[in-house]
Design a protein around this ligand. Sequence first.
Ligand code: PLP
Length: 378
Amino acid sequence: MKRRIPYNKPCFEGKELVYIAEAINNGIISGDGQFTKRCHAFLEAELGVKKAFLTTSCTHALEMAAILLNIEAGDEVIVPSFTFVSTANAFALHKARIVFIDIRPDTLNMDETQLEKLITPRTKAVVPVHYAGVGCEMDTILEIAGRHNIAVVEDNAHGLFGKYKGKPLGSLGCMSALSFHETKNVTCGEGGALLLNDPRLIERAEIIREKGTSRSRFFRGEIKKYTWEDIGSSYLPSDILAGFLYAQLEAKDHIQEHRRRIWQYYYSALIPWAQEHGIHLPAIPEHCDQPYHMFYMLMPSHEDRRRMIEHLESHGIRSVFHYLPLHLSGMGVRMGGKKGNCPVTEDISDRLIRLPFFNKLTGIEQECIVEAVFSFYN
Ligand SMILES: Cc1ncc(COP(=O)(O)O)c(C=O)c1O
């Protein structure tokens, strides 16, 4: 039978079932049990953030951020066009106008040189996405945002364990969102976290996450009954999922080391071929430590990208592309997006291809992938 290499595969580190059983035996499988607390402590210690709250997804962490910032009709939020829908949708849900910013052609991160001219008196937040876990130019973004009194919410769905100038991604804005979706380095299937660096946000975040109630304080024995305090929703995951996640977090060093090897293998094997054929591989600035979240190539044209995906598929290898420019999506156009608004995004999104990348990708599988890529121009 022909070999099939998927683009992503959920991988298990060994203790997931043990911890799930432990969570069940603890008798608390709703949110905020033992494993949720352990995950919170791990993330707070590892990233040096004031408070971590597990959520049911990164999307939900971003929605919590929008509520915490009191986003309302007429507010503007600056978001890269080259990102996943949730980065924008979380704020659009609260009737914000999304202002799309283009990306840099090297890191594919928000182009910080365009930020200031997009700011108006209605701008309430800017959401840098650390694409592939490579840090955005946070010094500049934080300086501009600080001067205009605008909140910086890091969408760090890709960048857990990445660093910018030695500082953990996710610890730089007033808050940040993580994803533990199946495609991420560390996963629990579906999950996320909201990380808070501004201690003034903690108390309200806890209420928003618990359906707008003071239930967390009640469970800690601080109050006799809990009540409806604010708007909110049910953003906390079951402790069963937290048990799964904790097993993965504990295996962080092993996961990250393996992913580093996978990334380095792709890079060193492909770079001479890429240079010969005018293909760009990821650019990692010296001051950024990447967490080896993905490996992509920028093909010379849309047509080459289409043919490369087909070619790899014919070798049993699944490769994928993303993101479609948000400013040209149905919603984006209704918000005023037009072709030509974000030319770098429009160009890159036509040419980017992601190679298979998951924790248990083997050396033999990688050799097959690289061989198949090499045979493309033959
Ligand atoms: C940049 C970015 N933000 C947000 C999300 C949403 O993450 P989740 O699926 O955990 O809601 C994704 C999903 O991959 C993403 O790539």
